[in-house]
Design a protein around this ligand. Structure first.
Ligand code: PEP
Ligand code: MG
Length: 551
């Protein structure tokens, strides 16, 4: 047996033979253009149209998050600036395949140079270029291999178009050499509930037919596993299947202590899927989708229509909507500063909104109007809030504009440290463990090289959660969790032990978390939490929690 390490996505485990994704098309030749430039441009235009149509069609088939990603790729294919560049190269005597290759490669390098979120879009652009070149060459685009039997797909990186349409009966798990926790491969794998590990050093050495165990929870790929390990994995797979098939009961610990299980949603279209998986409401509705790709903020009426669509899917249920979280990896030309050196530490979230109060006022007004015409229990919170003064600013404004329940996200350590004061005005706090971990550990959550710091099991992060939990309990107010940490079943139990009153996650994670909560009482969850708090590293906290109440 040997073990490769990477970043696990989700909690799944799988085992089976490797099948590698075909290598990308060979680089187009540098041979000079034959025939007329106009014919070459016409051929490129047809290839681009065909690729965009194919991507849009795949998007419609896939729906949800995948559709948005594929439609964005179709737009990339049709980008007029890129097309101008291709034309200029053809006019300069370059053959059409080469012109596409060079123009896209130049833009790709620009994205990689920008790093972070933009850098991780490079794989999307490469895929579009390959698809156009394949069309020009008259060959099939490189993609997922066909097989009659299930396999573990190993690739350099997966394009969104491939990830979105993976045949889940055939693909047991995904292993990619490239990609970080926020790459599209990771985002789509998480949303589809596919067992995946990204950024696996040594993935290139895995050859077709090698049997591997892919353990996303541990972030390991074990080659040629022992019979004992295979038996253990099969048991875990059976347990997960049983959890997924279990009745959609309300979230509760073994002693009946309720912990509502809520969904993180990015658009109203995702609501039905979340309800089908047993979401008891929404713990985080990200509103950025309404604003991104738009030169100005949507009107109150446009926003209201979207919010109503969301609220109508949850009559009588709690729905927590987050005010626009622009900045850092989600820059908005009309709201955020372009020239910040460290945008994650810049004017993002509430800071950006406070600088443009009209945008915040419109959003809160639209939310209040949608609330008045629907039956859901609307809660509204602000992102990236630093302290009690900012909390009071937001809560006062929300109340003035007709929001009945207003709170803040705990993403900045200073807010957690001031928790008692924050609860004097906030109706609730929701802990965004993704950013809270990033800021506590001072490690960019977009950066693969510091991904090991981005671990919410770190006792420093848990201490801040504990402080928020106990301040919330003293004030008799709700403390939710809406970062990825809530989707880690064991950590979810620990978070409840630290005082979390609700857990919100990507809907695909609900079944695993529901099952794990049912294995521990509140007293046991508290013992696990104390054990984790006393540890000195993330890994030790996890082992200590597991050992404190092994099931
Ligand atoms: C978080 O930071 O944990 C969070 C839920 O917000 P986002 O991931 O959208 O930044
Ligand atoms: Mg956040």
């Amino acid at each position: 047996m040997s073990e490769l390490l990477g970043t696990g996505v989700g909690r799944g485990v799988a085992q089976g033979p490797v099948l590698r994704m075909a290598d990308p098309l060979g680089e187009p030749s540098t041979a000079a253009l034959e025939g007329s430039a106009d014919d070459a441009k016409q051929a490129v235009a047809s290839a681009i149209a065909a690729v965009a149509e194919d991507l849009n069609k795949r998007g419609q088939l896939a729906g949800g998050d995948a559709q948005a990603v594929l439609e964005a790729q179709a737009l990339m294919a049709q980008d007029p600036t890129l097309l101008d560049d291709v034309h200029a190269r053809i006019d300069g005597g370059t053959n059409p395949e080469r012109a596409v290759h060079e123009a896209f490669a130049q833009f790709r390098d620009l994205l990689v140079g920008m790093g972070g979120y933009m850098g991780e879009r490079a794989a999307d652009l490469d895929d579009v270029a390959q698809r156009i070149v394949a069309k020009l060459r008259g060959v099939a685009a490189p993609g997922v291999p066909e097989s009659d039997t299930p396999f573990v797909l190993v690739a350099r990186d997966l394009a969104p178009a491939d990830t979105a349409l993976l045949d889940l009966d055939k693909v047991l798990a995904l292993v990619t050499r490239d990609g970080g926790p926020t790459s599209h491969t990771a985002i789509l794998a998480r949303a589809k509930g596919i067992t995946a590990i990204v950024g696996v050093t040594g993935a290139d050495d895995l050859s077709d037919g090698t049997v591997v165990v892919v353990d996303a929870a541990a972030g390991t790929v074990v080659t040629d596993p022992s019979a004992e390990l295979v038996a253990d994995v099969e048991q875990r797979i059976a347990d997960r299947l049983a959890a997924a098939a279990a009745p959609l009961t309300a979230g509760a610990l073994a002693d009946g202590h309720t912990v509502p299980l809520l969904a993180n949603l990015g658009s109203p279209a995702d609501a039905a899927g979340a309800v089908a998986l047993g979401a008891e409401g929404v713990g985080l509705f990200r509103t950025e989708f309404l604003f991104l790709d738009s030169p100005k903020a949507p009107t109150v009426d446009e926003q209201k229509a979207s919010y109503k669509q969301l609220l109508e899917a949850f009559p009588g249920k709690k729905v927590v909507v987050r005010a626009l979280d622009a900045g850092a990896d989600k820059p908005l030309p009309f709201l955020t500063d372009k020239d910040e050196e460290n945008p994650a530490l810049g004017r993002r979230g509430l800071r950006a909104l406070r600088n443009h109060p009209e945008v915040l006022r419109d959003q809160l007004t639209a939310l209040a109007q949608a609330d008045a015409e629907t039956e859901a229990d609307l809660w509204v919170m602000a992102p990236m809030v630093a302290d009690a003064e900012e909390t009071e600013y937001f809560v006062d404004l929300a109340r003035e504009l007709g929001i009945r329940t207003a709170g803040v996200m705990a993403e900045v350590p200073s807010l957690a440290l001031m928790a008692e004061q924050v609860f004097t005005s906030a109706d609730f706090v929701s802990i965004g463990t993704n950013d809270l971990t990033q800021y506590t550990m001072a490690a960019d959550r977009m950066l693969g090289t510091v991904a090991s710091y981005q671990d919410p099991w770190h006792p420093a992060v848990l201490r801040l959660v504990a402080q928020l939990g106990s301040a919330g309990s003293d004030a008799g107010k709700a403390v939710g969790i809406c970062g990825e940490a809530a989707a880690d079943p064991l950590l979810a139990v620990v978070l409840v032990g630290l005082g979390a009153t609700t857990l919100s996650m990507t809907p695909a994670a609900l079944a695993d978390v529901r099952a794990e909560l049912g294995r521990h009482t509140l007293d046991q969850a508290r013992e696990m939490a104390q054990a984790a708090l006393a540890a000195s590293t993330a890994a030790a906290a996890k082992s200590a929690a597991a050992a404190a109440h092994a099931v």
